[in-house]
Design a protein around this ligand. Structure first.
Ligand SMILES: *Cc1c(COP(=O)(O)O)cnc(C)c1O
Length: 374
């Protein structure tokens, strides 16, 4: 086994983060408030443009939870969720005492199928259970069919939560992901394209919603000299120290996207000649940040052969997200499926994709895969 493990997506600091972190120490704002938080929020707002308002939070999961709160999702409500995703997209539905209903993917973007979404909505309306929200995901950085999903949301008057946790730096029709539907979510977890070690953000359309979100994230502490609370709140604000890391990371976001897109191009040019390996191409509408390079193999056996050979060389790779309708915890939940996500789960593999991988690293991965496919 070679000595140093190669990871799918490890943190990549630029060196610029330290200055902001030091600033937090020097000013002693080692707290969930301070200059770095305001700075990081405005960095994100400037990046997104379009009058976006951003609230920095302690995780992407918290951001989804607050999004559902702002939309009034509560006990007994149904929420339509993308079936092919990481479970953090869905868990907050349960935190609210609401019920997820899963909608499978289409094969062009691997994200929520607009056709199935509409079928699901009509079915639930027929059953007097009009869904309260839709959670769509730009999985692996590839934008979902934004215009189609938004149009369905508007047609039935159901708000769309945009889970852009994996898609900071991706674009749809030249507009940055994160502020494309009704309310947006980012994650800055350690494995994401830029990281604050742990963190997230909520993207809303106006200052009033931002104030509501900040209030909820701060234990719903009312204005008073003493501690006064008229509703349930949460402890979800981001640390000012970690926001400092985020400020440094935002300075190199473009560079990180370029590097990850470079990884994808290299893998694709080297591997698409192999029989049985395919890639998810971009269509004219979208630019993926290529958070992870994903390959689709011919069969479960082929996928496993590649994965185990990489593992032997101490190279991490991972099967795609397991669809929610197959998760034991969601047994018995209603789902609208077409086989797309289950097929992806059986045959898909995420390759090492970090922006800090060297050309030698990538060549090594390619060589192992080529040998495994011989
Ligand atoms: C990472 C991720 C989240 C959750 O973000 P955390 O910051 O880890 O809580 C949500 N949705 C998707 C699709 C993710 O990949």
């Amino acid at each position: 086994m070679s000595s140093k493990r190669m990871y799918i997506s490890s943190p990549h600091m630029s060196g610029l983060e330290q200055e902001y972190v030091n600033h937090a120490f020097e000013t002693n704002w080692i707290a969930p408030m301070g200059d770095n938080i305001e700075g990081f929020e405005s960095d994100l707002e400037n990046f997104l443009g379009n009058d976006s308002k951003v609230v920095a939070l302690n995780s992407g999961t918290s951001a989804i939870h607050l999004a559902l709160q702002l939309l009034g999702v509560s006990k007994g409500d149904e929420v339509l969720c993308q079936n092919f995703t990481f479970i953090a997209s869905v868990n907050p539905v349960l935190y609210q005492g609401a019920t997820p209903v899963f909608v499978d993917s289409e094969s062009e973007t691997w994200n929520m199928s607009p056709e199935l979404l509409e079928q699901a909505i009509l079915n639930r309306i027929e059953n007097f259970k009009k869904p309260k929200a839709i959670i769509a995901v730009h999985l692996y950085g590839s934008p979902y069919k934004v215009d189609e999903i938004n149009a369905i949301g508007r047609k039935y008057n159901i708000p769309v939560v945009e889970d852009a946790a994996e898609a900071l730096g991706s674009c749809y029709k030249n507009k940055p992901c994160g502020n494309l539907s009704d309310i947006g979510v980012f994650s800055f977890n350690g494995n994401k394209i830029v990281t604050t070690s742990a963190g997230g953000a909520l993207v809303v359309k106006n200052e009033k919603l931002k104030e509501q979100a900040v209030h909820l994230a701060n234990q719903s502490k009312d204005l008073a000299e003493h501690y006064e609370h008229s509703k349930i709140g949460y402890n979800y604000k981001m640390s000012n120290v970690l926001a400092g890391i985020g400020r440094g990371q935002m300075k190199v976001l473009e560079n990180r996207v370029e590097a990850r897109r470079g990884n994808y191009s290299f893998y694709k040019s080297e591997l698409s000649e192999l029989i049985g390996i395919t890639f998810l191409d971009e269509d004219y509408d979208s630019n993926s940040n290529r958070w992870l390079t994903c390959i689709l193999t011919e069969s479960f056996e082929m996928r496993e052969r590649i994965r185990l050979n990489l593992e032997k060389e101490n190279i991490e790779s991972r099967p795609f997200w397991k669809p929610m309708h197959l998760q034991p915890v969601f047994k018995g939940c209603l789902s609208f499926v077409n086989g797309v996500s289950e097929n992806l789960f059986n045959k898909g593999l995420c390759l090492p994709s970090g922006s800090n991988l060297s050309k030698e690293d990538l060549k090594k991965v390619v060589n192992v895969i080529k040998k495994a496919c011989k």
